[in-house]
Design a protein around this ligand. Structure first.
Ligand SMILES: CC1=C(CCC(=O)O)c2cc3nc(cc4[nH]c(cc5[nH]c(cc1n2)c(C)c5CCC(=O)O)c(CCC(=O)O)c4C)C(CCC(=O)O)=C3C
Ligand SMILES: [Fe+2]
Length: 362
């Protein structure tokens, strides 16, 4: 039972986690993929991506940067809340962090998860993390209240729009005018997207929010024509994931006569490994092979407006501050102690059944 009289007394930044040295890479990847049917070859390949950067993911440093900016913004607003940091897949693990919060006497914390979207990987899995950490700690664990999805927050949209403007400016003038704007987000299995969001809302909440955030950023820039594509798919090849892939899409654009692209990683909050490897390496290389200009927009995490956004989400709950949103699409995700947003919300993707059931047309 929520006791409304207990004031919020801390903030927990909850993220994905990433390895901090070569020896962390394998155990980290095993944590990420446990029970998810990701083929061994895919794991070897992804391990290589990390080893190209000395086995260090940029994600932890990026999250510490966000925490530093959030600290300054909270102080500026007179919000005297300590900030804790915990991850799903690597140290500091959320279980250890919630344990420490308990020892420190925290009773009711706001949880900011580093994803703007709905869906199993982006939202519900963070609820599972909260639940697991509270279960590990037991009855003394603080109440953990997760902040909502923010894909259409004006500060999120504005920070991305500026990133795209700067990326266009990096291209040679001759290419700038005619460069194609392409938004990209992490692919997920089609079945996971179909079950994203409370069932009553019709599913596909993840891709619908990604399309909507892309539309809002393009509109802010006055750009009418753009594409939304996907990246970083894993899982066995026979399982359908959201397509087209960014690299294949570059071939399509080339065939249709495009001479340059500006890629915006709308699905991510910061320039972590999926962005710097899959986009700055693989996609850029393909563009170069095709002789196309390529520029990549920065994700908003290290833009100060991102810290301001987190404070606004916090104030929605602490002070009843106005909920600032630019679309009509549902934004869920605000729940207590890892509760689902709704029964069967974002039900995790099932592994393919051994025998495909026969479907009969009506
Ligand atoms: C929707 C989504 C987001 C965005 C929302 C959010 O940000 O939460 C996201 C973020 C991230 N994904 C990341 C890394 C990885 N994701 C993997 C695997 C997977 N991701 C998936 C989805 C997503 N992932 C899925 C459906 C899988 C298949 C396995 C499974 O069903 O869980 C694997 C396993 C190897 C592989 O197959 O790629 C790795 C290493 C990192 C950290 C990068 C760094 O270290 O800087 C981040 C921020
Ligand atoms: Fe991922």
């Amino acid at each position: 039972m929520t006791d409304e009289r207990i004031p919020f007394d801390a903030v927990l930044l909850l993220s994905f986690g990433g390895p901090e040295g070569p020896e962390d890479v394998r155990p980290f990847l095993e944590n990420v993929t446990r029970g998810r049917g990701v083929p061994a070859e895919r794991l070897d390949e992804v391990a290589e991506h990390y080893h190209n950067f000395g086995g260090v993911s940029p994600i932890n440093a990026l999250n510490r940067d966000i925490i530093g900016r959030l600290r300054a913004e909270l102080d500026r607003g007179g919000l005297d809340l300590p900030i804790y940091f915990g991850n799903r897949n690597w140290h500091p693990m959320v279980e250890e962090t919630v344990e420490r919060m308990t020892t420190d006497g925290v009773r009711r914390a706001l949880v900011f998860a580093t994803s703007a979207y709905g869906g199993y990987s982006a939202c519900r899995q963070y609820d599972e993390d909260i639940l697991r950490a509270r279960t590990a700690v037991g009855d003394a664990a603080p109440e953990l209240v997760k902040l909502r999805q923010f894909f259409d927050h004006p500060l999120f949209v504005a920070a991305f729009a500026d990133g795209v403007r700067r990326a266009f400016a990096e291209l040679p003038v001759a290419q700038r005018e005619r460069a194609r704007l392409v938004f990209t987000a992490h692919s997920v299995p089609e079945s996971a997207d179909a079950s994203a969001g409370p069932p009553a809302l019709g599913g596909h909440l993840y891709s619908r929010q990604v399309f909507e955030a892309s539309r809002l950023v393009a509109a802010e820039l006055g750009i009418d024509e753009y594409d939304v594509v996907w990246q970083s798919r894993s899982g066995p090849p026979q399982v359908p994931w959201l397509e087209p892939d960014i690299v294949d899409h570059l071939d399509t654009l080339y065939t249709s006569g495009a001479q340059a692209v500006v890629v915006c990683p709308i699905g991510f909050v910061s320039d972590h490994l999926e962005v710097i490897w899959d986009l700055d390496n693989e996609a850029r290389q393909r563009a170069e092979e095709l002789g196309m200009g390529f520029a990549r927009a920065a994700a908003p995490g290290t833009d100060n407006r991102f810290a301001e956004l987190i404070v606004e989400l916090i104030r929605e709950l602490t002070d009843g501050a106005p909920v600032r949103r630019m679309s009509e699409l549902p934004a869920e995700g605000c729940t207590v102690n890892g509760a689902w947003c709704a029964t069967d919300c974002c039900a995790p993707a099932r592994r393919p059944a051994r025998q495909t059931p026969v479907t009969v047309d009506a």
